[in-house]
Design a protein around this ligand. Structure first.
Ligand code: SF4
Length: 300
């Protein structure tokens, strides 16, 4: 916000980042259609940056501008101002489980600004919400919350403060290094990619290091892919066992594939029994080897 209000030049958005933004824009009308199919009456402010209704909040020294997405109503849920967000599976599940206020406070602030602008223009809004769309499996979820005047007052205070500064602000409490990746000022901003303080407690590291977070995400994704691959393989084998192997066939050709089934027998030493019967021999032929287990679970 500081760079924008002080007219610093925005750097060109890399193609890959632009495609991520464009994917959200392209999906938005489809998500609106899904809401309508679910029985919502949708007042759609279509067009993203060129949408017909623009919110413009003037604050001393600058302004907050934006375009809300939709106001939706259904049965006894009326006039809900929502913003549509597309998310990857991990982000979607975390948000669905923890809620917008805790998991995506930036979305909550954004929609508070829209609500503030619309309410000032006497548009009827009873609640706020985020419509999330899971890009991996097309799941849709709506998280509702109320307009919080205290939160809005704090947003306005923060903005007023930033507009009054001559130097870029210090790193705030809610700073997350990942958001800099998509920022058009990252080449001039000293905070870009800066890590939050790292903490060590009981030999455990708590960090915001992008490389570590990237690696944890990679590990998580690879485990999820392995799980899905195993499910696919098990499903395929069940069919092939029933229709091919148990019918006595060793080879089958269909579609683009030839499958050959071969049985193999393997022998292994029963190390438990060996240790019990001949402990000295077991000891003599036991070599120490070390492996590292990477036990990963979700932190929230
Ligand atoms: S680079 Fe990061 S800290 Fe700097 S303005 Fe952009 S998002 Fe904010």
């Amino acid at each position: 916000m500081f760079y924008s209000v002080n007219n610093f030049a925005l750097e060109d958005v890399p193609q890959i980042t632009q495609r991520i933004f464009d994917t959200g824009s392209v999906l938005e009308p489809f998500i609106v259609k899904c809401l309508q199919n679910d029985g919502w009456n949708v007042e759609y402010n279509q067009g993203s940056q060129s949408a017909p209704i623009e919110i413009n909040i003037n604050i001393g020294g600058g302004f907050i501008k934006g375009h809300h997405d939709c106001i939706i109503s259904r049965d006894n849920q009326q006039n809900i101002l929502v913003d549509i967000k597309t998310m990857n599976d991990r982000s979607f599940r975390s948000w669905k489980k923890n809620g917008s206020i805790s998991d995506k406070p930036q979305y909550v602030d954004q929609i508070h600004c829209y609500a503030f602008g619309l309410l000032k223009n006497n548009v009827k809004i009873d609640r706020l919400g985020i419509v999330g769309f899971n890009k991996n499996n097309s799941d849709i979820h709506i998280d509702y919350f109320d307009f919080d005047p205290q939160r809005m007052a704090e947003i306005l205070d923060r903005a007023t403060n930033i507009f009054s500064l001559n130097e870029p602000p210090e790193q705030g409490e809610r700073f997350t290094a990942w958001s800099c990746k998509y920022c058009g000022y990252k080449n001039i901003c000293e905070l870009a990619g800066k890590k939050k303080d790292t903490k060590v407690e009981n030999n455990a590291l708590f960090t915001d290091d992008d490389d570590i977070i990237y690696a944890l995400n990679q590990l998580y994704d690879s485990r999820e892919l392995n799980k899905s691959a195993k499910e696919l393989e098990d499903e395929a084998k069940e069919i092939l066992d029933e229709k091919v192997r148990e019918q006595g066939f060793k080879t089958v050709q269909g579609g683009n594939f030839i499958l050959t089934l071969s049985e193999s027998v393997s022998n292994r030493i029963d190390s438990k029994a060996l240790k019990k019967e001949f402990p000295e021999i077991a000891q003599k032929f036991t070599k120490e080897s070390r492996t590292v287990r990477y036990d990963l679970k979700e932190a929230f």
